[in-house]
Ligand binder design. Structure first.
Ligand SMILES: C[S@@+](CC[C@H](N)C(=O)[O-])C[C@H]1O[C@@H](n2cnc3c(N)ncnc32)[C@H](O)[C@@H]1O
Length: 413
């Protein structure tokens, strides 16, 4: 039987370029969620980070972490240089806690190993799992349980003379939150949007806790289906809107993992989203509704940011609203660019016009890396920090600026 407190190695798979940000998210949230478990040391490798955690803690993080793509539980790590050895090892693995004959999708990778032929590996894996199952027939209720879920993945990695077998605990990638039914033309992946919000909050000079709890006005005038607005609001909230593979493990009940059932949302927020396309605004509104966010202070509207009159309208909405509460706004956006959407506003033009609107604590723009790499911000706008990663196969950069008169850049440590 599965021992929920047993320590195991987990791999938190992240988008390339977001590994250390993902680990920072873990380090921030973990002590809050699991105050009695010591913070383990994470090790960053390309495409993610590993941690030793009690089995129920590592798996339970599926509800809380917003940056990883998925959480893998390392099940076996053994020396292996040929297919018969691989077959025998898999046949004898004790997989009862996770496996009751479900149809796995295999994710096989190989580096500097004698074993690299995917088809041979896959056949051996399939045969060995079948034999494994025959040797210890699962109970009928375990079979029914796993048949209620479809996204089963088993990861097999060969590196030099070693084989690692990992069980996927997430199922659908974690960026699929389950509350976004409507998407625009070039939607930002949810875990990337979360990363942009988190990176922005970390760039503030105050203590980390304060930067996440004080009131916030957030503007995205190219909001598309509203991903950045929603992910910013929900960064600390549990994801309540989907199922995870581990919930269908044959012995899931032994894990004693509590599924969160509600938000905390205690922060004072004002969200302003606009888009040139009225359908996108409908998408955002529908997604807000689906995510249970319509009760938050927000204003969604159609508008062309290239037009001076709309810029004026928006700036009045932002800054007249703020005066009474002294909340410094953030402008975070993923403006139109690239092949899919013709670029209408150059980053420098945008920054130049924003500085006439009022003081922004942070202005964050996600654009192709080459568009931001050589950019010298206009006078009055200061560069704060940047984050490079891959989005839709493209090298992108998220650059942060400020036009605050009092410098509030994070002191370098
Ligand atoms: C890259 S998409 C942003 C996607 C968004 N982050 C999401 O996740 O859905 C750019 C958006 O800018 C909008 N857009 C294009 N030109 C615009 C303009 N001049 N003013 C306002 N919105 C514009 C497009 O309709 C599109 O929804």
């Amino acid at each position: 039987m599965m021992d929920a407190n047993e320590k195991r190695t987990f791999f938190f798979q992240t988008p390339i370029g977001l590994e250390s940000l993902g680990l920072k998210e873990f380090e921030l949230k973990f002590p809050v969620r699991y105050p009695s478990t010591p913070l383990p040391h994470g090790e960053i490798i390309e495409g993610g980070f590993t941690l030793e955690l009690p089995i129920n803690v590592g798996i339970g993080l599926n509800y809380w972490l917003k940056i990883p793509n998925r959480i893998l539980l390392r099940e076996a790590h053994f020396k292996c240089r040929d297919i018969p050895k691989f077959y025998n090892k898999v046949k004898k693995l004790n997989l009862k806690s996770y496996y009751a004959g479900q149809d796995y999708q295999f994710v096989i990778s190989s580096k500097d190993s004698r074993l690299f032929d995917d088809r041979k590996i896959e056949k051996a894996l399939r045969d060995a799992l079948e034999a494994n199952l025959k040797a210890s027939e699962p109970k009928a209720d375990a079979k029914i349980r796993v048949s209620n879920y479809k996204e089963w993945k088993l990861y097999v990695r060969f590196e030099e003379d070693w084989c690692t077998i990992s069980i996927d605990t997430s199922g659908d990638r974690l960026g699929m939150r389950g509350y976004k039914n409507r998407v625009g033309k070039a939607p930002l992946r949810e875990n990337l949007a979360s990363s942009l919000y988190f990176f922005t909050a970390l760039s503030l000079p105050e203590s980390v806790g304060d930067s996440f709890t004080r009131p916030l006005t957030l503007i995205d005038p190219f909001c598309g289906s509203g991903t950045l607005l929603m992910e910013s609001v929900l960064f600390f909230e549990p994801n309540l809107f989907r199922n995870y593979a581990f919930e269908f493990f044959p012995q899931a009940q032994n894990l004693s993992i509590q599924r969160p059932t509600s938000y905390f949302l205690e922060r004072e927020l004002f969200l302003l989203g606009s888009d040139i396309d009225s359908e996108r605004i409908e998408d955002t509104r529908e997604n807000f509704r689906e995510a249970g966010l319509l009760t938050l202070a927000h204003h969604l509207q159609v508008g062309d940011l290239a037009k001076a009159d709309f810029q004026k309208k928006l700036s009045i909405e932002i800054f007249s609203h703020l005066d009474s509460r002294k909340i410094l706004p953030w402008f975070l956006s993923n403006p139109p660019y690239g092949k899919r959407i013709a670029q209408e506003l150059k980053a420098n033009q945008l920054l130049d016009s924003l500085k006439t609107w009022g003081e922004f604590e942070r202005i964050g723009l996600l654009l192709p890396r080459d568009q931001l790499a050589g950019l010298t911000p206009p006078k009055g706008i200061n560069f704060v920090d940047k984050l490079d990663f891959i989005h839709g196969g493209e090298k992108v950069r998220f650059s942060l600026f400020t036009n605050l008169k009092v410098n509030n850049e994070k002191p370098s440590t």
